[in-house]
Design a protein around this ligand. Structure first.
Ligand code: PLP
Length: 403
């Protein structure tokens, strides 16, 4: 992988921050965008823009073709069976809310149970809690060991005849743990329970194949895989989506409306009320084309090398405590150094041009489990380099000496 060539595709990486070259290690929060993505967005606004699906005129049809071609690009990228299984949303959070609402309406009754894990992002906890308060369902939590690995034997014991859904992150946004999601899906299916994979932190870093995983539902955000903000995907097996009611009402999601009765549109439009972000979906498709051209296996191997190097170098820093020591891990590293507050570390690293994230990372229950308030988090993307990791290590050592 020619990382210098890749970096040239991302204009923002040339920026200086406080007079120093930007080191962008906040990819877990959002990624930077290659020129091809931004150009496609600008081009569509300048030369194609018209509302999709409704118009007979040329531009509307061209915009519709682009939008539906993007759906096909997503289908191919995650190896779904049909574009009917690809619902465009505003992102991971909206995808989970959509599913929790629709699945909850159709399938859950008071006393039913949903299983999540202790390392979930708030967006895979709160929608289920909202459902719990609406419907009286119970949330059960898969615990983890001190290395940040889910306890699979305990997972199995959580199932009862009341269990109706399991919803777990593929990769933890704090610990970097890659959960054994395929194995966990098999367990859920053995109990006749569907499984939702939160792929927000896996889709940018590894090949994800919904048929191979046998995932019932899978969600992700475009902005974490070099695409634009405000667009995301809910994948669902067609036989599940057919059974679920719409999430929102409005234009696009209907076949016929009268004051007496409304007939909903077919899949996937049943779940896409209102004008979709058809420009954003073009951006998402371009981003998927971009990473596909490099190859997800190549990206995965490169980031793995970077992460191993970073872990080795970070561990050599006196007072370093790394949270998440799973063997099978992605390119997210959370840490604290001595008693330096994560916020101080993040602020001082920023002065050296190094962008890391600090805080609870929208995973407060996990912070409680770890007995801490927050961490510093460095998360890598395909354009990061070994030299940037050296700069991070030098920066941490400099901050350490100040305290
Ligand atoms: N799930 C995980 C594991 C995440 O890391 C994030 C974002 O950081 C989300 C869900 C929410 O994603 P979004 O804010 O794009 O909806």
């Amino acid at each position: 992988m020619d990382v210098e060539r890749i970096r040239a595709d991302f204009p923002i990486l040339c920026r200086q921050i406080y007079g120093r070259p930007l080191v962008y290690f906040d990819n877990g929060a959002t990624t930077q965008k290659p020129r091809s993505v931004v150009d496609a967005i600008v081009d569509e606004y300048y030369s194609v823009n018209a509302n999709v699906h409704r118009g007979v005129h040329f531009l509307s049809q061209q915009a519709t073709e682009l939008h539906e071609a993007s759906r096909e690009t997503v289908r191919r990228f995650i190896n779904a069976k049909s574009t009917n299984e690809i619902i465009f949303t505003r992102g991971t959070t909206e995808s989970i809310n959509l599913l929790a609402f629709s699945f909850g309406e159709a399938m859950l009754q008071s006393g039913d149970e949903v299983i999540v894990s202790v390392m979930e992002h708030h967006s895979n906890i709160v929608p289920w809690q909202l459902l719990a308060s609406r419907k009286g369902i119970k949330i059960k939590v898969i615990p983890m060991n001190d290395k940040g690995e889910l306890l699979l034997d305990q997972y199995e014991t959580l199932f009862t005849e009341k269990t109706k859904m399991v919803s777990v992150a593929h990769v933890s946004n704090v610990l970097g743990t890659i959960n054994p999601i395929k194995e966990m899906i098999d367990v859920a299916h053995a109990h006749g329970v569907p499984f939702l994979v939160d792929a927000a932190q896996s889709i940018p870093h590894m090949a994800v194949d919904v048929q191979n995983l046998d995932a019932d539902f899978l969600v992700f955000s475009a902005h974490k895989i070099y695409g634009p903000t405000g667009v995301g995907v809910l994948y669902g097996k067609e036989n599940w989506l057919e059974k679920l009611p719409p999430y929102q009402g409005g234009g696009e999601m209907i076949q016929h409306v009268s004051f007496e009765k409304t007939i909903f549109n077919e899949l996937p439009f049943k779940f896409e009320a209102g004008t979709p972000d058809y420009i954003g979906t073009t951006g998402l498709a371009k981003a998927l084309d971009y990473v596909s051209l490099i190859g997800m296996e190549v990206i995965s191997a490169y980031e793995d090398k970077l992460t191993k190097y970073a872990l080795e170098r970070l561990r050599s820093i006196p007072g370093m405590q790394i949270f998440g020591e799973s063997e099978n891990r992605g390119s997210v590293i959370s840490f604290l150094v001595g008693d330096i507050h994560h916020f101080d570390m993040g602020t001082l690293l920023d002065r050296l041009g190094i962008a890391v994230r600090t805080g609870h990372h929208c995973a407060q229950p996990l912070m409680q489990r770890l007995g801490i308030e927050g961490t510093v988090r460095a998360s890598f993307g395909l354009y990061n380099t070994v030299e940037e990791i050296d700069a991070l290590v030098a920066g941490i050592n400099r901050v350490r000496l100040m305290f």
